[in-house]
Design a protein around this ligand. Structure first.
Ligand SMILES: *[C@@H]1O[C@H](CO)[C@@H](O)[C@H](O)[C@H]1NC(C)=O
Ligand SMILES: *[C@@H]1O[C@H](CO)[C@@H](O)[C@H](O)[C@H]1NC(C)=O
Length: 435
């Protein structure tokens, strides 16, 4: 799992074109499975004030309701139509979210699943989140409308016609049992959907990268989205299978301490465009080392509706929502990234082991001790002389500091002592947290 974890974190950093966040913001958060009403609140009360540039949302369009297993997170990736009603909310709530988030400078990045519908074993009926009729076996989706003509699933090269090996790129691309739409008719449907997205003011259409190869003339579709609002993220949820909800699986397999360090490293490093994961808890059930419950969907009521995100007095979340983006260390590193934006990667240091440090020009500096012994080193920070408040063990509040203080001398040097048994064995300072 160690390797997977690292790969997953790297996967969070996308090569950047123009992420379309408001100037001064450099990261987005994936509010996985959140309700639109909660996201609207979160934009206003937390994300905008803390410098988050956007939210990646779960797919907003109608999906099949799967009952075996009970409403798993992946049912959101089994579309039935492009109507905007899911467990996250209806169209009215979706519009309200987009408007309210945009009004405070937080963009909505749609996880758009628009090049396949639900798999054949979803059967036929109205068991979909808006109650639309469909027949997956005959590939009839009248609410779009699509019929069998719109699918070209003969491309799949596996024996069963299903994905048998997630490491086989072609099987994953061809998507096995989930039909691929590829007709000209589909192109029209897609354009309609783009128009719709643009009208709603959403910023990003996220495509599952593995399927993108089959989409023709996709540039045309983008013509309908105002250029300052459009961006293609190439991402691939199927390749993340086994990680389930991404961040959630990190909590399942990894101690939170290491997770915070890895996210801290990602946010301090200049590479790419960064996304922070925000997950929910699930009841783990390990059988032969595998979590057999990794399908579990969001915290829900007995009627299947998704539970609201409640906020505790200490600003953490309740109702089994984990809200990693609200953890002080992660939130403060999102701010760190904004502060050092545009600054060069500088003053790298390491001890040939797992103690590393680097700066971002004359704006920020970060030090990690992931060795099994304490560190006590003097390092060149590149920062102006002064006293800085470590934003990991605490933060600057008013003119005070609730965490460790770091003294940078006139020549830019500072002493760092980090115990390997510290709650968070890393220290980060930046010019906006100078005392
Ligand atoms: C959308 O959901 C809200 C909240 O449940 C509800 O008040 C409203 O009537 C719904 N709107 C539509 C058009 O269904
Ligand atoms: C770094 O780790 C090595 C062992 O790999 C150790 O000998 C050395 O003292 C460490 N350096 C510092 C500065 O802690």
């Amino acid at each position: 799992m160690g390797i997977c974890f690292l790969l997953l974190i790297v996967g969070f950093c996308w090569a950047q074109h123009n992420p379309n966040t408001h100037s001064g913001t450099t990261s987005i958060v994936h509010l996985f499975e959140w309700r639109w009403a909660d996201i609207a609140h979160e934009c206003e009360r937390y994300l905008a004030p803390n410098g988050f540039g956007g939210v990646q949302i779960s797919p907003p369009n109608e999906n099949v309701i799967i009952t075996d297993p009970w409403q798993p997170w992946w049912e959101r990736y089994q579309p039935v139509s492009y109507k905007l009603c899911t467990r996250s909310g209806n169209e009215t709530e979706f519009r309200d979210m987009v408007t309210r988030c945009n009004n405070v400078g937080v963009h909505i990045y749609v996880d758009a699943v628009i090049n396949h519908m639900c798999g054949a074993n979803a059967g036929a009926g109205n068991h979909a989140t808006c109650g639309s009729y469909f027949n997956a076996k005959t590939k009839d989706f009248p609410a779009v409308p699509y019929s069998g003509w719109d699918f070209n699933d003969l491309k799949c090269k596996s024996r069963s016609g299903d994905i048998e090996n997630y490491h086989d790129m072609f099987q994953v691309i061809d998507l096995g049992g989930e039909p691929i739409t590829g007709s000209d008719y589909f192109e029209n449907g897609r354009v309609t959907e783009f128009k719709y997205g643009a009208k709603l003011g959403t910023v990003i259409r996220k495509w599952n990268g593995e399927k993108m190869a089959y989409l023709k003339n996709w540039g045309e579709g983008w013509g309908f989205v105002p250029s300052d609002r459009a961006l293609v993220f190439v991402d691939n949820h199927d390749n993340q299978r086994g990680h389930g909800a991404g961040g959630a699986s990190i909590l399942t397999f990894w101690d939170a301490r290491l997770y915070k360090m890895a996210v801290g490293f990602m946010l301090a490093h200049p590479y790419g465009f960064t996304r922070v994961m925000s997950s929910f808890r699930w009841p783990r059930n390990f059988v032969d080392g595998e979590d057999t419950n990794d399908w579990v969907g969001p915290p829900s009521e007995s009627d299947g509706s998704t539970k609201a995100v409640t906020i505790n007095e200490d600003t953490t979340c309740g109702n089994d929502w984990v809200c990693e983006h609200r953890w002080r260390q992660i939130k403060n590193m999102v701010i760190f990234r904004n502060v050092v934006d545009g600054q060069p990667f500088s003053n790298w240091w390491d001890n040939d082991s797992n103690q590393v440090a680097f700066g971002r020009g004359d704006k920020g500096f970060i030090v990690f001790n992931n060795d099994d012994w304490s560190m006590n080193v003097d390092l060149q920070t590149g920062l102006p002389a002064g006293t800085y408040c470590d934003v990991i063990s605490g933060q600057k509040e008013g003119s005070g500091c609730t965490g460790i203080q770091v003294y940078v001398s006139d020549d830019g040097m500072a002493n760092f002592q980090i115990s390997n048994s510290a709650e968070d064995p890393f220290v980060a300072i930046h010019v906006n947290a100078k005392l």
